[in-house]
Design a binder for this molecule. Structure first.
Ligand code: GLY
Length: 367
């Protein structure tokens, strides 16, 4: 059953998020945006192209004068300026003009990279997000953060550029590897933890239906996360303040992701970082020991880690402090005042960060 929701900020942006079981509504959703005579380029990677490129192309062909594609090698290591450069070259070769459109078909890497190319090619052209991973559906495809990694610094170069449409086909989640589904659950749990306790508990209660990928439950779950993200992004699109709460688990999570050489999924690292943030929140007396235990149990229920082996605590601290979320030399940390309420805190000390890192490295009794 098709559903939709509008993301809107007066005079700045307005776009629909559409959820459907399949791609059958894509043509209609796109044709409501564009008149004839434009070109579209579908940007996708070598994993997604064999699965969905032709389906998406046949939905777009009746709407656009020409539909080209740009397929790049899958993997975070290709989320670089070099790939963007190759995409610019392809767009120039196909005479793309400012009224033409990019279509990001894939996960977070594809969406971020395509969005960045769209933000910068000819000083900005339209783009459409068709996220095919749970992580991209619940987080990265919404809100206009675009960019690439630089010199192993994640998302170091980028721009805010909102999509014109986000279209999610649930069928893509049925071909998604389990580890990537679990990674998306890391962001789902994060959404509930920062803004909506009832939603968080509903996700935990429905864990079996979610694991079975029951269509209606999946749409309800994804919509719930998108509703939270929409509210935050509409209030603070360029992260001047409140939007930073979406980074719960990301400060230490990004550090681990980098030190593990991007061999762990983003959402797994976010889930680990969330345990670290919950540990500090508990140490400060903000949440109870039971809340910390529930957060760890939530991770386990969705095949997400609560500890990691490998990195050294001092290296994680150093990487945490080189994260771009620093502000005037201070780490902008997201803590939990309670389950369902994240807060931004600039006073977390190195000692507190180190003790949280030790905890996720397996030291101390588990909650
Ligand atoms: N993923 C965090 C944000 O969109 O702000």
């Amino acid at each position: 059953m098709r559903q939709q929701m509008t993301v809107e900020r007066e005079h700045e942006f307005c776009y629909e998020i559409v959820w459907d079981d399949t791609f059958s509504g894509l043509q209609e959703a796109v044709s409501s945006l564009y008149d004839s005579g434009r070109k579209a380029c579908i940007v996708t990677d070598t994993c997604i192209a064999p699965l969905y490129l032709e389906k998406v192309r046949s939905s777009l062909q009746p709407v656009f004068a020409q539909v080209t594609d740009f397929v790049f090698e899958a993997g975070e290591e290709n989320k670089t300026l070099d790939t963007v450069k190759k995409l610019y070259t392809s767009l120039i070769e196909h005479h793309f003009e400012r009224k033409d459109v990019l279509v990001a078909l894939g996960g977070g890497v594809t969406g971020d990279l395509t969005g960045f190319a769209a933000a910068t090619y000819l000083r900005g052209i339209d783009f459409i997000q068709i996220p095919t991973t749970l992580l991209a559906q619940v987080d990265s495809s919404i809100g206009g953060k675009t960019g690439v990694d630089f010199d192993r610094f994640k998302n170091m170069v980028g721009a805010f550029h909102q999509p014109r449409l986000v279209y999610m086909a649930m069928e893509t989640l049925r071909t998604l590897p389990d580890v990537q589904f679990a990674s998306g659950m890391g962001e789902v749990l994060k959404s509930g933890l920062i803004r909506d306790e009832n939603y968080y508990r509903w996700v935990l209660e429905n864990r079996e239906k979610i694991a079975a990928k029951e269509g209606d439950v999946l749409i309800d779950m994804i919509k719930g996360s998108c509703r939270i993200k929409k509210a935050v992004v509409e209030n603070d699109p360029t992260e001047q303040g409140e939007r930073a709460v979406l980074n719960l688990g990301h400060t230490i999570g990004h550090a681990v992701e980098k030190l593990m050489d991007f061999q762990m999924q983003h959402g797994q690292c976010v889930a680990l970082g969330t345990v670290a943030a919950a540990w500090i929140s508990w140490k400060r007396g903000l949440i109870s020991r039971e809340d910390l235990a529930l957060i760890e149990q939530g991770n386990r229920w969705f095949q997400l880690p609560v500890t990691v082996e490998g990195p050294k605590a001092q290296d994680v601290l150093k990487a945490t402090k080189s994260d771009k979320k620093m502000e005037q030399g201070k780490v902008k940390f997201i803590l939990l005042e309670q389950i369902g309420h994240g807060i931004i805190d600039r006073s977390v000390s190195d000692e507190e960060i180190l003790s949280a890192i030790d905890y996720i490295l397996g030291a101390g009794d588990r909650a």
